[in-house]
Unconditional design. Structure first.
Length: 649
């Protein structure tokens, strides 16, 4: 094996940038150490590649050779995974890899001007590597800092509240090749901005209290032998213990907070009842991918209430009989990794994780943290599971659902961060208590990530049933023209609808609440969201891959002032195509921002139309043909055939 240093390929001399000792090791030393730590386990591929990149700045051909030789995995597979995630680089991208967050709120706060300023100061073109190989500057999808934007990532570390002064300081630091560790700490400060707290954010649960409450639900006030068997093997145990816990979750009427609002008790029950083959087990997965633009509440929950979340996951493990759990944390929140690992360590030391939890023989459960690498679609639960297994994040065919065929094809529950936090509170205080908060069909509270045009952006926790008007008043919004609830895949509402309420009966939401005042151009808002969907489409199925591209082209055409009313009909056609033929929720919802804004802010579109007749300024079939050719799929008959959904990406 060669001892040549990988960073030599980047053209940057290490001593110039004071690289840490770890990075001065040879590529083979680094890769071997990572593989060793990851147990030479190919299902850890995403984590292996991430760590290789963190150590060596990119995933070089030499590193891939080594992984291939050591893990005996085909090179194409490794390259396929590396090529899927936008934070992985198989070409050198410089020692400083700068990505500007490009959500609509970043745009409103001037991210493009700041990016241009940095590019000019450092003599680099957006999207390219500087001539000396030192840095690259590009854009990325929302980094989850909308309440303190504009934001950026430098080597996956979040920087918030960018200003012209801060940009100039960053340019100096990069020019001086100052290691990130020596950059001013305040650059990396991420605020929680909790503006309204309720049962979740206000709680001061003592670690372990919910678990003790769960144990107390066992018939004899202790864990009966049968209940311990349940934890180990996931066997139904009749009354008491895990079954009683499940009843409590059902009584609470808890519904998932990740967007779809599925009843948590039913999900847990289906997983608990799913048969296990020999050697199989059940898994608990916490979805902290939080990729929906405008959403940042899971970041705050994990910062302030990590114990509550881990406690909820442990209660879930107890209820369904699982011994392994995963927290899937989006790559943008890399900075949280160490502090979350420390919480896990502390919980192990307290006997709240690991073997014999609470000192009870056989009560075993532990949690691993996996980091994502910049792919919104990995928030979709089956894509997330693929990613956990070390693969590309391609959504699976469903059914079968994860509750029977999840991680490693074994029964798995996937729940949102907020759902687990709520489950811990329910364990402690009872289902009836929880069901009494909120509304009839929407029990409990909801965390809203409030951002955009208001005086006090941040996290607001309300009992379900709060009106949009109330939220706007609380956060100091004025002259509000529109609110985008639940991000681009959610709904856009106008002032006439502000009496509507947050809840499953009216406006369900995963959490984003983005405000636009009357100075904003709602067409440009929709265009930004369409660009997001096109960028994040995983490309697995043709309707979404091509449909999101066509939609983006249409919106760009309107932006360039060459649209016609005919385009409305085209958008409607595309919507039907995406809704009915897409493989996953991303494609299903990709037209939402456009349809909602056309319905409510039609003049914003009409003023861009130069032709007022119904002339097709856009030929869908011709554009499809071009897209087919581009994607190497030019057999028209094969495009929207359901059989395609079963193909490998
Ligand atoms: C494209 C796409 C992205 C998603 N992103 C997330 C996410 O970031 N976090 C999340 O909890 N759920 C996300 N979901 C929903 C998950 O698939 C799943 O329904 C959820 O994690 C279940 O948890 P819950 O029952 O607690 O809501 C996404 C769905 C789709 C289609
Ligand atoms: S709809 Fe298809 S192409 Fe789009 S993200 Fe889902 S699986 Fe990927």
């Amino acid at each position: 094996m060669t001892s040549q240093r990988c960073y030599a390929e980047t053209g940057v001399v290490p001593s110039e940038v004071n690289v840490p000792v770890e990075q001065q090791q040879s590529c083979s030393e680094v890769v071997r150490r990572i593989l060793q730590r990851r147990g030479h386990d190919a299902s850890q591929m995403v984590q292996i590649l991430r760590e290789v990149q963190e150590a060596l700045d990119w995933i070089s051909p030499e590193a891939i050779d080594l992984i291939q030789a050591e893990l005996k995995v085909p090179r194409t597979k490794i390259e396929g995974v590396a090529g899927f995630y936008s934070f992985f680089y198989t070409q050198p991208r410089g020692r400083y890899r700068i990505l500007f967050s490009d959500n609509i709120t970043d745009r409103m706060q001037g991210n493009l001007t700041l990016m241009e300023r940095l590019c000019q100061a450092l003599w680099v073109e957006p999207g390219k590597v500087s001539e000396d190989g030192l840095l690259s500057i590009d854009k990325t999808s929302c980094t989850g800092m909308c309440d303190q934007g504009p934001g950026m990532l430098v080597n996956n570390r979040a920087i918030t509240r960018l200003t012209a002064e801060r940009i100039d300081a960053i340019a100096e630091l990069v020019r001086g090749k100052v290691p990130l560790e020596q950059w001013p700490a305040e650059f990396f400060k991420v605020e929680d901005n909790i503006r309204r707290a309720d049962i979740l954010l206000d709680n001061t649960l003592e670690p372990g209290a919910a678990l003790r409450a769960a144990r107390a639900r066992a018939p004899d006030q202790g864990l009966a032998a049968s209940n311990m068997r349940s934890w180990r093997e996931g066997l139904p145990t009749g009354l008491g213990g895990p079954a009683a816990m499940l009843d409590e979750i059902k009584r609470a009427n808890l519904r998932g907070r990740g967007g779809a609002g599925f009843t948590t008790g039913l999900k847990w029950e289906a997983c608990r009842n799913a048969p296990l083959q020999t050697g199989q087990q059940r898994f608990v997965v916490c979805n902290a991918d939080e990729g929906e633009p405008g959403t940042f509440k899971d970041r705050v929950l994990l910062t302030r209430q990590a114990d509550l979340v881990f406690e909820g996951m442990t209660v879930a493990a107890y209820t369904i009989g699982a011994r392994r759990g995963f927290l899937y944390l989006r790559g943008e929140y890399r900075y949280l990794l160490d502090q979350l690992e420390n919480v896990l360590l502390r919980r192990r030391a307290l006997g709240l994780l690991g073997n014999n939890i609470l000192g009870i023989q056989g009560a075993d459960f532990d949690i691993e943290i996996h980091l994502g690498a910049g792919a919104y679609v990995c928030g979709e639960e089956s894509a997330l599971i693929e990613s956990l297994e070390g693969k590309r994040g391609t959504p699976r065919n469903r059914p079968p659902f994860p509750v029977t065929n999840g991680y490693l094809d074994q029964p798995t529950i996937v729940n949102n961060v907020e759902t687990f936090a709520a489950a811990a509170l329910i364990t402690l205080n009872g289902g009836e208590w929880y069901a009494g908060i909120g509304t009839k069909h929407s029990a409990g509270t909801k965390l809203l990530s409030v951002a955009g045009d208001c005086e006090r952006p941040g996290i607001y926790e309300y009992p379900f049933g709060v009106s949009v008007l109330q939220v706007l008043a609380d956060c100091g919004a004025r002259d509000t023209q529109a609110v985008q609830v639940s991000g681009p895949s959610g709904v856009c509402i106008a002032p006439a609808e502000f009496e509507r309420t947050i809840g499953f009966e009216d406006i369900p939401t995963a959490g984003a609440f983005t405000i636009f005042d009357t100075s904003r151009d709602m067409f440009e808002v929709a265009r930004n969201y369409v660009h997001f969907f096109q960028h994040e489409s995983c490309g697995f199925c043709t309707p979404c891959r091509v449909g999101t591209s066509l939609l983006k082209n249409l919106m760009d055409k309107l932006h360039n002032g060459v649209g016609s009313p005919y385009d409305f009909a085209e958008i409607e056609k595309l919507n039907q195509l995406l809704q009915s033929m897409s493989h996953c929720g991303l494609g299903h919802t990709a037209c939402n921002p456009v349809l909602d804004t056309i319905a409510r802010f039609r003049p914003a579109y009409e003023q861009r139309m130069t032709q007022q007749d119904f002339t097709p300024a856009f030929d869908l079939d011709r554009a499809l043909a071009a897209a087919r050719q581009m994607t190497g799929r030019d057999d028209p008959g094969a495009h929207f055939a359901p059989a395609e959904f079963g193909e490998d990406a």
